[in-house]
Each structure stands twice: as C-alpha cells, then as structure tokens.
Write a protein that binds this ligand. Structure first.
Ligand code: HEC
Length: 135
C-alpha cells in the first residue's frame, strides 16, 4: 500500500464513471422495456378482459348470464338481455353512453352509475360482451 498517485486516482475515477454510465444505460433499457410491457398489457386488457370487467362491475345487477336475475337487478329493474327484443331496443352507441354516463329510468331515477374513466373501446367491448347473451 504505497501512496496513491494522481494518475491512478484519475484512472479509478474514469472507471467509476464508466460503470455509472453503463448502469444508466441499463436502467434506460429496463425502463423502456417496462413501458413496452405495460403498453402491451393495457392493450390486451382492452381486447380480452371485457368478460372479466363485466363480471366484476356489471354482473351484480345484470347477472353473469345477462338476465338481470339478481337481487340488485330485480330491485332496479334490470332487463333480460337474453331476450332478443331487449337487445334490439338499444343501439351500441346508447349502450356506450349508458356505461360512460350512467342510465336513468323513465322516472329519472339513476339506476346505473357512470363508469368513471372508461374508454370508448372498453365500453364497446362490454357491449359486445352483452350482445352475446342474446339467445
Ligand atoms: C347498480 C346496478 C347496475 C350496475 C352495476 C350496472 N347496471 Fe347497467 N343498467 C342497470 C339498470 C337497472 C338498467 C336499466 C334497465 C335495463 O336496461 O336493464 C341498466 C341499463 C343498462 C344498459 C342499457 C342502456 C340502454 O340504452 O337501454 C346497458 C347497455 C348496461 N346497463 C350495461 C351495463 C354495463 C356494461 C355495466 C358494467 C360496467 C352495468 N350496466 C352496470 C343497472 C346496473
């Protein structure tokens, strides 16, 4: 262990700087990768999980089978979405609007709350899922 010379200190400093730069660039790569993964999973959520979202947020009233045969559904007057006539009574756009803004019955009572922050695409996917109930 002799005295450290100036040149050696510089070399060590330069090496440390190199390591730091390397770590930074790895960090950047990692960040980019996680952003890509997040974006991909958000996309597949929009496309694939309408059923899951429906069962989580809508089935307590409309029923897993769309019949509205639940405690809440009966109380609020949810219709039977397996009925072709009920299905023909609303357009996709009206359904999307009902999901985004909520739905009021004839007396103006809000029977369904707006789904906060839902995108058009996710609302459309929910409608597409509900269309499958039709017998
Ligand atoms: C608190 C109970 C409740 C929840 C939760 C609920 N709804 Fe409704 N919804 C109703 C009732 C009641 C109606 C009016 C009667 C009917 O059409 O079934 C209605 C109406 C609708 C309509 C018809 C709109 C129209 O123009 O005729 C659609 C579509 C719909 N709901 C979809 C959904 C979706 C999708 C979800 C989940 C994000 C959901 N609802 C959550 C109670 C609910």
């Amino acid at each position: 262990m002799g005295a450290v010379k100036r040149g050696e200190i510089k070399a060590v400093a330069a090496r440390d700087q190199l390591t730091i730069n390397n770590e930074r660039s790895n960090m950047k790569k990692l960040l980019t990768l996680s952003v890509v993964i997040l974006a991909a999973s958000a996309l597949s959520a929009a496309a694939g999980d309408a059923k899951e979202a429906y069962e989580k947020d809508c089935a307590k009233c409309h029923g897993t089978d769309g019949k509205g045969d639940t405690k809440m559904g009966k109380k609020l007057g949810a219709k039977d979405y397996t009925d072709a006539k009920v299905q023909s009574e609303f357009k996709d756009e009206a359904g999307v609007k009902a999901i985004k803004e909520g739905f009021k019955d004839k007396e103006g009572k809000q029977v369904m709350k707006p789904t906060e922050g839902i995108s058009d695409a996710d609302a459309k996917a929910l409608i597409a899922h509900m269309r499958k109930f039709k017998k």
